[in-house]
Design a protein around this ligand. Structure first.
Ligand code: FPP
Length: 248
């Protein structure tokens, strides 16, 4: 199986999973956390180096207060209960998004978990929290503008590398594969800059139902995709052949 170096997931469908069962939406999020635990562990054992999960969008702040509070509570609980597993499995926690908007206790436990796991090298687990790609891009533009005003940067220096370096994802490579669950075929303001050449995979499974089999199916499909990065198939074959020759 070809394993993406960086897998990103939009975990959608928790609410519908609960509604179908006439349960409160938060019960769907609780089951969603269980799916997170399964998928994190499986990705790590498969050798995925970077796993990025869209856990809470900038737009999710507009949901009813009790749902927002319950999600924040679940997040704090998840972080506290997973610390030991992250340390044992050598997983480093990373966060992207405007975390200044998170409740103080959640921001604190996030900060602690990021610090406690900072030396781990097995896999980087990035949680996108209070994250929106347009917001991230605007924060980067403001930062670069301020650098220019301070005389530390001139406009001509802003290339792909410099711009990527001003984003929240500065320390992680672009995703190779994006999975979105629950049948919606949108990227919904997730990693808009970083997804430029990412393979997209959509499944009807709702996130709480997304398990190891579903993950393997997505990776199987990823293995059949030819990634051309704007080049022709023949050019890619030539460069693979010459790399092969260089090996001899
Ligand atoms: C989308 O389902 C999911 C979310 C808005 C939150 C995702 C959060 C979790 C899986 C749990 C917390 C995460 C971690 C990392 C502990 P939805 O509510 O939009 O579903 P719907 O579209 O069916 O209403």
């Amino acid at each position: 199986m070809r394993i993406p170096r960086h897998l990103a997931i939009i975990m959608d469908g928790n609410g519908r999973w609960a509604e179908i069962r006439q349960m409160p939406r938060i019960a769907g999020h609780q089951r969603g956390v269980e799916a997170v635990q399964t998928i994190v562990e499986e990705c790590r054992s498969l050798g995925v180096e970077y796993l990025t999960l869209y856990a809470f969008s900038s737009e999710n702040w507009g949901r009813p207060d009790d749902e927002v509070n319950a999600l924040m509570g679940l997040l704090g609980h998840y972080l506290r209960s997973e610390l030991e597993t992250m340390l044992r499995q050598r997983i480093r926690l990373n966060v992207i998004g405007d975390i200044r908007r998170l409740p103080r206790e959640v921001a604190q436990v996030l900060k602690d978990t990021v610090a406690r796991t900072a030396e781990n090298r097995e896999m980087v687990l990035t949680l996108a929290l209070s994250y929106g790609a347009r917001d991230e891009i605007l924060r980067a533009v403001r930062h670069l503008g301020a650098e220019m005003l301070a005389g530390r940067l001139v406009p001509e220096q802003v290339d792909d590398r410099v711009f990527s370096g001003a984003l929240d994802t500065r320390d992680i490579p672009d995703p190779d594969l994006l999975i979105r669950t629950s049948g919606e075929m949108r990227v919904s303001n997730f990693l808009l800059w970083q997804l430029a050449y990412t393979e997209l995979y959509f499944t009807d499974s709702l996130w709480p139902d997304f398990g190891i089999e579903d993950l393997h199916q997505a990776l199987g499909e990823f293995g059949h995709r030819q990634r051309r990065f704007g080049l022709t198939g023949a050019q890619l074959k030539d460069s693979a052949d010459s790399e092969g020759e260089a090996d001899h």
